[in-house]
Design a protein around this ligand. Sequence first.
Ligand SMILES: Cc1cc2nc3c(=O)[nH]c(=O)nc-3n(C[C@H](O)[C@H](O)[C@H](O)COP(=O)(O)O)c2cc1C
Length: 209
Amino acid sequence: MNRLGVRNMITILRIDVSARKERSLTRELSRRFIDEWLKQRPSDKIVQRDIGLNPPPAVSEDWIAAAFTPEEERTKAEQATLQFSDTLIDEVEGADIILLGVPMYNYGMPAALKAWFDQVIRVNKTFSFDLARGDEPLEPILSGKHLVILSSRGEFGFEPGGVREHRNHLDPHIRTCAKFLGAVDDQHYRSGHFIPQVAVSCSAATVSV
Ligand SMILES: Cc1cc2nc3c(=O)[nH]c(=O)nc-3n(C[C@H](O)[C@H](O)[C@H](O)COP(=O)(O)O)c2cc1C
C-alpha cells in the first residue's frame, strides 16, 4: 500500500466505445485520463480494448447454448464459441478499474458496448443464478472493481434534475450492467464539448483502489 492506501500496482482496463477514431471526444477523455494517471503512477498496467473500432459480435443461439452448458461438458466447438467471451472476461477479471470512454447514442449505450456487456456478463462465470434467492436470483461473482465512466453527448441536461434526465438511458444502464461485473462507479464525468479540463481533473486522485 502507498500513502493513498492504493495497492502498489493496479490494472486499468481501458475500453473505448466510440465508432470514431478521429475527433472523438470520449477517446480524448480516455487518453487524457490514462496520461494523467501514468504521470502519477507510471508502474500501473493499462490494458486496452477498442470495441468502437472492433465491436464484439452479438451473442448467438450457439453462444447461449454453450454458456448454459456446464463447463466440463462443453464440446470443443462450444469451447471455441466462447473463446472470445473468455478473453474479454479474463480482461475484466484482471482489472482493478474499468474505464469506459463511451458516447451516448440514441439516448443509450452504443451497440458495441451492449455487445461487450452481453459477452462478459455470463452465467457461472461473472454471475451466479439461484432461484432460492427469491426476487434477486442473480449475484455477481466478481467484486471490488471500480468503474469510471467518461462520456460525451451532443445534447445537455441528462444529469439528475436536468431537462433530459428522463431520456438518459446510458448511465443507469451502464451502472446496472457493471454491478454484475463487481464494478461500481466512483465518479462520473460527463461532457458536451467542453471536456478537456474535466478529463484532467478526473484522473488518479479521485479513485481509491
Ligand atoms: C449514432 C449517434 C447517435 C447519437 N445520439 C445522441 C443522443 O441520443 N443524444 C445526444 O445528446 N447525443 C447523441 N449523439 C452525439 C454524440 O453523443 C456526441 O457526438 C459524442 O461526442 C460522440 O462521442 P465521440 O465524440 O467520442 O465520438 C449521437 C451521435 C451519434 C454518432
